[in-house]
Write a protein that binds this ligand. Structure first.
Ligand code: ADP
Ligand code: ZN
Length: 222
């Protein structure tokens, strides 16, 4: 199963991917997570991208595309399947992804569009807490960790992302509407778009996705 997750920041892409990763045994490839790792390690790539990420701006296409291309050369990942989260984010990235996948003759199954409303997005992002160590996502009220400030998965410390403040969130929404939203049409035109309601809780979304998978599966057999 090869799926692209689409939707505004706070639609729950990362949380859904976290759930599916364990239940379906697929890989979760999040360009945001990769960039945060690089920033944490203070690598050259991290230094180069930090400014963009902290302002809520897009990192240049060429840099992220290189990251993703690199990931998609992993045979284990291609065999097991993956959820691509946070990429593509521009039309250029979407076209580049199609090119990369055409070269290896491994197209995605579909793009899953998680549509969410602005009040929900704001509530999700301002209350979001992330594990420093493993990246697991929690929420102060919707999905609190068992022990305050501590990750349920690995006991790591939880923190608030520096780009989860109201000003940067507004920037990210603008960037999303201008650059990323048009990709929804791009996949729709290809007949590869599936939609779910991103205002719903992740467990419910997981069920909707399972249903979509069943349907695609039976279509493939007919
Ligand atoms: P969210 O979906 O919550 O906005 P992500 O973790 O996906 O956040 O991304 C965080 C930041 O990383 C983005 O605001 C952007 O600066 C950078 N980033 C991640 N993926 C990409 C991408 N495909 N293209 C450009 N910038 C990206
Ligand atoms: Zn953790």
């Amino acid at each position: 199963m090869k799926i692209v997750l689409l939707g505004p920041p706070g639609a729950g892409k990362g949380t859904l991917a976290g759930l599916l990763k364990s239940s379906l045994g697929v890989f979760h490839v999040s360009t945001g997570d990769i960039l945060r790792e690089e920033m944490k390690a203070d690598s050259p790539l991290g230094q180069e991208t930090k400014n963009y990420v902290e302002k809520g701006q897009l990192v240049p296409d060429e840099l992220v595309t290189r990251l993703v291309k690199n990931k998609l050369s992993d045979h284990q990942l291609l065999d097991k399947g993956y959820l691509l989260d946070g990429f593509p984010r521009t039309k250029a990235q979407a076209e580049e992804l199609d090119k990369i996948l055409a070269e290896i003759n491994q197209p995605i199954d579909f793009a899953l569009y998680m549509e969410a409303t602005l009040p929900m997005i704001l509530r999700r992002l301002t209350g979001r807490r992330v594990c420093k160590n493993c990246g697991a996502v929690f929420h102060l009220t919707n999905r609190p960790s068992k022990k305050e400030g501590i990750c349920d998965v690995c006991n790591g410390a939880l923190y608030q992302r520096s780009d989860d403040n109201e000003e940067t969130i507004r920037n990210r929404m603008d960037v999303y509407l201008k650059n990323t939203k048009p990709i929804v049409d791009y996949y729709e035109t290809q007949g590869k778009l599936k939609k779910v309601d991103g205002d719903k809780e992740s467990e419910e979304l997981q069920e909707s996705l399972m249903q979509i998978l069943d349907e695609t599966e039976s279509n493939n057999h007919h």
